[in-house]
Design a protein around this ligand. Sequence first.
Ligand code: ZN
Length: 68
Amino acid sequence: MKDYHPSPDLLKRFLSGRLDAAECRRIVRHLLTGCPSCQEVTRGLSPGPAEHPEIPRIVDWNRDDADL
Ligand SMILES: [Zn+2]
């Protein structure tokens, strides 16, 4: 299955978290191979620049003992 590509529809559902674990894993694995066309598709599907939009800011700006 060297040439397996998830369909755009599948990728779309993957990005919205609607796939089961097995299917997710299959797609993640495929993306990790660095497939340019599928990365392009996921980039096009995800909103905004695809730079980890889910990572919360962990900087605590309210700390007043920060010695910079
Ligand atoms: Zn692919």
